[in-house]
Each structure stands twice: as structure tokens, then as C-alpha cells.
Design a protein around this ligand. Sequence first.
Ligand code: ZN
Ligand code: ZN
Length: 272
Amino acid sequence: MEYKFDTHTHSNYSHDGVPPLGAMVKEAVSRGLKYLAVTDHCDKDCVALPGFDWVRQIDLTSRKREMTALKAEYADRIYLADALEYGYAPEANALYLDVQESYPTDYVINSVHIVEGIDVYFREYFDARTKKQAYTAYLEAVRASVDAPYLYDSIGHLGYIARCATYPDKRLIYGDFADLIDDILKAVIQKGKALEVNTASKGTKCDLFHDTTILKRYRQLGGELVTLGSDAHDPSRLCADFEEASAALLQSGFSYAFVYKEHKPHAVALDK
Ligand SMILES: [Zn+2]
Ligand SMILES: [Zn+2]
């Protein structure tokens, strides 16, 4: 199957993104994508918590202007979703409610990047904790993020903790945290949110789709809403590894992935 959509990408409006927004959109159009969500980081967690002043905050005013122009320019070729990735921290809930008021979106991913005040991208988080401690605290943060009071559509990259972990076996194993993971999956279902399958594993093979136990459990519990995102910070990675992730979803009992327009899910068949 040729994939015509991507629900998780970044432009240079993100502090760690490379491509100009227009370049990302152009690449998607030239590949024949029919749907693209550019989900630039909105890191109010870094505003609300101490020690993250170095994280450049997104310029939402400029972005809205450029996004609106691009949406109009490419309207007949692609659905360009004006989207954001919120970095969850309970301390930032009020700030995200303000963003929600001032910046209308099509789609919002709610992601945990900071746990116990530390960005889990950095090894210091793992150096100070056993794997059990590190992953438990992460999963508890994800569980809390499901109850966030602002509008969002999907839970981003469950298992992100494993990407940069320094343990010999980094994998997030369902059986090691079954109760906590069940609690997350049940809350996602009960709230009508989607679970994201994110393909940016950086070669760690720690994504949900390399070990499908969690995906299968989500399906078994009644989970239906899944999104597929590359988390591309560069146009060359658009739809990266979608074949493998899609095969894992099909094998786990999912027939569709979903894209969001004005916060409404639209099914996209995975088998053709
Ligand atoms: Zn993220
Ligand atoms: Zn991202």
C-alpha cells in the first residue's frame, strides 16, 4: 500500500524541527499525500516547569498566518491539518486551555516528554532510576495525561520512554506493567481518544508495532481509534516505516487508522 497520510510531523516552528513549514507541505503534496498533520511542538510544560528556558517556544501568531495561507494554496490537493503536539505536564494545563482558546486546531496530540521534572530524552533521567522506577513514573504521567482538561485527540507515542533509555533491555514490556498499561488503555477508550502508533524509533525497535502485545491488548479491550504518525522532523521521513506499522496494526485486529479534521476522526483503510 502507498500511504497517503501522515498524522505526526514537525517543521521549523518546532524548537527541534528542520524544514520550513512550506517545504514539508510541498514534499507531502509531491508524494501524493492526501492528508498531512504538521504537529509542531507546543511546549507549555517547559514554561510551567523550572529549568527549560532553553526550549524555544512556538510562534503561534506567525504559524497561524502561514498555515492559513498554505491551507488555501493547497486546498484542492491535500487536507492540511493545523495541528499541535502538546507536551503534557499537569502544571501546564491552564496554559494549554489558553492555547485552545486562541489557536483553533484540527488535531492535537497529547504527549509526555517530561517526567518528574526531567526530559526523558536525556540520560540523566535513567542514570538516577532503575528501569522499573523510570518506566512506572513515565506510565503514571501518561495515565494522568489522558485526563488532561483541554481538547486533544490522541495520546502520542506511548512507550517514548524506551527511545533514549540506557538500560540493557529498553523495551516496554506489557507484562511488566500490565495494570498500569491497562489503566491507560481503558482510559483512552473511555474518553474516546486515539492511541498513536509512532514510527520514529530511531532504530531502537521499541515502538508499539515491534512488539504488538500492547496494541492487541488495546484492541481486546475495545480500542478502535489508532493514528499512524512518522514524527518526521525532516521531509525525507514522511510516512517512514508505515508498511511495517500498518502490518502490525492489521495483525493486531485493526482495519483502519484515523486522521483528524476539526477534531473528528476519519477512517482510512489499512489494507489497500
Ligand atoms: Zn513527542
Ligand atoms: Zn513529535
